[in-house]
Design a protein around this ligand. Sequence first.
Ligand code: C2E
Ligand code: CA
Ligand code: CA
Ligand code: CA
Length: 275
Amino acid sequence: AKEAGRNQFAFFQPEMEQHTKAKRELEIELRNALDNDDLELAFQPKWGVESGRVEGFEALLRWPHKTRGYISPDEFIPIAEETGLIVRIGAWVLLKACYEASTWPDDIEVSVNVSPVQFLAKSLYDDVTSALSQTGLAPERLELEITEGILMQDTDANLKTLSSIGALGIKIALDDFGTGYSSLGYLRRFHFDRIKIDKSFVSDVLTSKDSQAVVHAVCGICKSLDIESVAEGVEELVQMAFLKQEGCSQLQGYFIARPMTPEAALDFIEASHPH
Ligand code: C2E
Ligand code: CA
Ligand code: CA
Ligand code: CA
């Protein structure tokens, strides 16, 4: 058994090395993509239930890779976080997203995802102010989507940072709500403008009593705290109907539209937005 254990170890080690090597290669390629301006943003509409029109877009990173096609952000963002590259990528996303939004009508917002690593790096405040001043975008048209990971460590310092960024007049949304640990406590310590109900609850809202109860509760909390609720991952008409009935403010998902190129976003605005 001892022998077998040793062999197993000998067998696994090269594989582990290969794994790290593949990751290192991906990191180098990602760095090059950033330097060569090869990264792209896709924009997914956020639909206003009351207004019945597009009220904003979420910017989502896309990496077109030479040989592998588009690599998913779920695959490359963790690598960028591990290596710290996310700080530069995040600044690029902010600038690019604000720039695109500056070409849209004045009442359409843009939402940008912020990694906890980027937040903790302390440059976020400067990155936000610089993106706004370079593009001339009004602060109230920019929303940052953060996850509770930001608030979990070193909470007081992070709440202070969050407050100073919020004081710029931008909106702050709590993303992936319901998937973490103790989100409710954070709602008392910081006033979020929006809460995004995670798509895992939305996807089975009609089949799972538990998800239904969570969505109902979150929408209720939002109403009483004067926070807007946003549902992501809406794929079916029946889900949309349920969420409307629960009083959700904004809906997002394939049922409304998939993430699209900046050009398609302009067409989408043209088609859905009365001038
Ligand atoms: P997220 O912020 O929760 O974004 C929602 C994800 O759900 C996006 O995946 C979006 O394309 C996808 N989605 C939208 N509607 C539907 C739907 O109806 N059904 C389903 N099944 N999926 C839907 P995407 O674009 O692959 O991004 C994955 C994650 O990568 C994001 O999750 C976010 O955490 C991260 N990410 C994307 N762009 C950025 C970025 O610029 N910065 C940072 N830090 N993270 C990013
Ligand atoms: Ca998001
Ligand atoms: Ca989310
Ligand atoms: Ca997510």
